[in-house]
Ligand binder design. Structure first.
Ligand SMILES: Cc1cc2nc3c(=O)[nH]c(=O)nc-3n(C[C@H](O)[C@H](O)[C@H](O)COP(=O)(O)OP(=O)(O)OC[C@H]3O[C@@H](n4cnc5c(N)ncnc54)[C@H](O)[C@@H]3O)c2cc1C
Length: 436
């Protein structure tokens, strides 16, 4: 049964019931700390409602290691499809039985007199000593304002609303952006026989397999995923990096845009402008393709060096040779001439933390934190990309960050108790004490 929310008080309120919120609940329960998880929709909402039909993970299943619930299926090297991911989360809920209130949105958060957090929700107000914001990294679709200049008859949608080729009007499709979503949606449409036009951006790529193993497995063995953000000089740039494109579809393979082009997909540089039914592109297609390949090659160099250093017996593998090169790619395109009837904006997401009325954000609206702990005592974030390491915003590392936060929350509570009893010091001060 769901806990009662309105008028209640909890030691910890977790906002968001995705993999991050559930991981947090696991670790708080392990420590016997009272808490509630408030979820605006239902568990798995993001995967159910904002991913396309053929969606699958790009990270192998063995990396799904939610706390207390490692992947136990029969395909650890495979890539769960959308329905399997949702089922995995549902099974986690059945295993965890968290104190979950679903279908309730937290609409406001502020610190009241005495340092208690006051949460306004669609089901009434409640309070908490500490709050963990686990509302995910991807809130509102980021669509450039030039979208407003597309002709009225052209259907346009953000990647989070794309489902499959059949739901689009007949005709050609322009996909804008080549991050994970853009590349996979372009491939989905291409495989469905659509004439695809793709505006290629600066995202890097990674090979799926190299020298007998998934590159993710190599990078894991090399300690790449354990590397904390503090090891980087440019931490904030690392946090904003675009993901490498690759796919887990059909057991996993590279995404090679050059191969798509050879098969008839039309590639362009970055989309820079829209004028009537005409589109303009930057002259950067070749550079973008070359840069993506260079990154993939650099990762292979690092794997080679690791194999040599460790004396690992791994099969040799020839390096990738570009299968297509752009020959004076068009800088302009007329939608009507090309029969393009829809445009899919695969241009990412923005954060929306406007409901949080506590000044913990930087100039870009990014929460300032150290491993999720903010300067506001008792307020933490979980599930941010690169919050601590590569896997922080993914299945791989969210459990580790949740364990860290649970330790911090527990220590804050104990310090508050001890200091409060000995000195009468307010909870706020003790919660801010550094952890060992
Ligand atoms: C296209 C795409 C592909 C991805 N592929 C992979 C992959 O292959 N492997 C991988 O490990 N990760 C992948 N990720 C990253 C990551 O695993 C997902 O983004 C995941 O959904 C993050 O989990 P979360 O719990 O942090 O956030 P979410 O899943 O977004 O959950 C947050 C929850 O908070 C709720 N919520 C939001 N605001 C409020 C509020 N105010 N009040 C109450 N509830 C609220 C939402 O309803 C939501 O259910 C991918 C992400 C995207 C976008």
């Amino acid at each position: 049964m769901s806990p009662r929310l309105a008028g209640s008080h909890h030691a910890v309120a977790i906002v968001g019931g995705g993999q991050a919120g559930l991981s947090m609940s696991y670790h708080l329960r392990e420590r016997g700390i009272d808490h509630v998880v408030v979820e605006a929709h239902r568990v798995g909402h993001e995967w159910r409602e904002r991913r396309w039909d053929s969606f699958c993970l790009v990270t192998p299943n063995w990396q799904c290691r939610l706390p207390g619930f490692p992947y136990a299926g029969d395909d650890p090297d495979g890539f769960m499809v959308r329905e399997e991911i949702v089922r995995h989360l549902e099974e986690y809920v059945a295993f965890l039985r968290p104190p979950l209130v679903a279908g309730v949105r937290v609409t406001g958060l502020r610190k009241g007199a005495g340092g208690t957090f006051e949460l306004a929700t669609s089901a009434g107000d409640f309070t908490a000593d500490q709050v963990v914001v686990a509302t995910g990294p991807y809130h509102a679709p980021a669509v450039p304002r030039m979208a407003e200049r597309l002709p009225v008859g052209v259907e346009q949608l953000h990647s989070s609303r794309y489902r499959n080729a059949d739901r689009l009007p007949a005709g050609g499709v322009l996909v804008v952006g080549t991050g994970q979503s853009g590349c996979q949606i372009a491939e989905d449409l291409h495989l469905a026989g659509r004439r695809v036009h793709l505006a290629v951006g600066g995202a890097p790529r990674v090979a799926r397999f190299y020298r007998g193993r998934d590159c993710v497995a190599w990078l894991d063995a090399m300690g790449h995923y354990a590397r904390g953000i503090d090891a980087f000089d440019d931490a904030s740039a690392v946090r904003m990096r675009v993901n490498h494109y690759v796919t887990g579809r059909d057991g996993g393979r590279d995404i090679d845009l050059r191969a798509f082009a050879r098969e008839g997909m039309r590639l362009y540089g970055r989309l820079t402008g829209i004028e009537g039914g005409g589109l303009e592109f930057a002259d950067d297609l070749e550079a973008n393709l070359d840069r993506a390949d260079a990154v993939a090659d650099g990762i292979k160099d690092a794997i080679d060096a690791y194999i040599a250093r460790e004396g690992i017996d791994a099969p040799r593998e020839a390096r990738y040779v570009p299968v297509w090169r752009p020959d004076a790619p068009p800088r302009a395109l007329d939608l009507a001439d090309e029969g393009i009837t829809s445009v899919i904006w695969c241009t990412g997401f923005t954060r929306d933390h406007r409901w949080i009325g506590i000044p913990v954000f930087d100039g870009r609206g990014y929460p300032m934190h150290r491993r999720g702990v903010t300067s506001c005592p008792g307020l933490s974030f979980l599930g941010l990309p690169w919050q601590y390491a590569w896997g922080s915003g993914r299945f791989e590392g969210v459990g580790r960050d949740a364990a860290f936060l649970a330790r911090h929350i527990d220590a804050s509570r104990r310090l508050a108790d001890v200091c409060g009893a000995l000195t009468g010091a307010p909870t706020e001060l003790t919660a801010a004490l550094p952890l060992g």
